[in-house]
Design a protein around this ligand. Sequence first.
Ligand SMILES: NC(=O)c1ccc[n+]([C@@H]2O[C@H](COP(=O)([O-])OP(=O)(O)OC[C@H]3O[C@@H](n4cnc5c(N)ncnc54)[C@H](OP(=O)(O)O)[C@@H]3O)[C@@H](O)[C@H]2O)c1
Length: 280
Amino acid sequence: MGGTAIGLLHPGEMGAAVAGCLTARGHEVRWVSEGRGPATAARAAQAALADAGTVTALAAETGIILSVCPPHAALPTARAVAAAGFPGIYVDANAISPGTARDVRTIIEAAGGRYVDGGIIGSPPAAARPGDGTGPGGTRLYLAAGPAGREEAVPAAEVAVLFEDTALNPVILRNGNLTAASALKMAYAAWTKGSGALILAVRALARAEGVEDSLVAEWALSQPGLEGRSRGAAESAAAKGWRWAGEMEEIAASMTADGLPGGFHQAAAEVFRRAASHSS
Ligand SMILES: NC(=O)c1ccc[n+]([C@@H]2O[C@H](COP(=O)([O-])OP(=O)(O)OC[C@H]3O[C@@H](n4cnc5c(N)ncnc54)[C@H](OP(=O)(O)O)[C@@H]3O)[C@@H](O)[C@H]2O)c1
């Protein structure tokens, strides 16, 4: 697979960093400029990616396509690749529910491709930190291997090998679940981002009632760290709330599908939507 070009849809903050890990290992990575804006083009140039122009061209020129995009774009991106008749390996590494991941798999396999479910946990990996993916500051690409004996149809190991000795540490999940990586990402972000939304809502309540200063003073006495956490959550939500709203909805759907209450994360989606609209 070493000589096969790899496609990356799309070079956002995370996607460009993932692509940078691959180019640092000598792989040729291509992207698609059609429909994307100047910031994406600048990240693609910075990561030394070649422009295939269209998804149709990318599907013809690459053997592996990685989808790293906002959650709400995961299905349309898969449909575009399937419509191009892509016969290669398609990795969806987005923050989507196991149910959405199953839909992506159905779309890709129906068009003749092979699907690997992925999920990324950590900050965008720096290509300058090879092998640094195991520490607390490192980044993991989880890949679902699916049931034993299905390695040909679910080539998680072929994907993992691309990232060996890079700053993105591949971890294969071998519990037999075809959407294990998406499930893990949902469970992880349900706490990290869900608790961020909760503290934003709590502070907004205190502000609305005129007791914000008193709450912050009480936190300093009895809950040290919460003031800083709420400030960090507000900054992150202002910058990324538009994308996190979709991620929270995917988590709510994951919860509901397993008979758990989805309301926490429906509310978190609303909190992030409001935070993003107040900042724009
Ligand atoms: N950033 C992180 O720290 C982080 C951490 C862990 C996991 N992830 C995962 O990585 C994925 C992408 O995150 P990111 O940080 O790279 O996002 P991002 O920086 O916001 O970039 C998103 C990319 O997708 C494109 N895009 C936006 N809307 C689209 C649409 N409707 N259809 C197709 N493409 C669209 C954007 O292009 P234009 O803006 O040019 O249209 C951009 O290139 C998410 O699933 C996220 O969960 C990110």
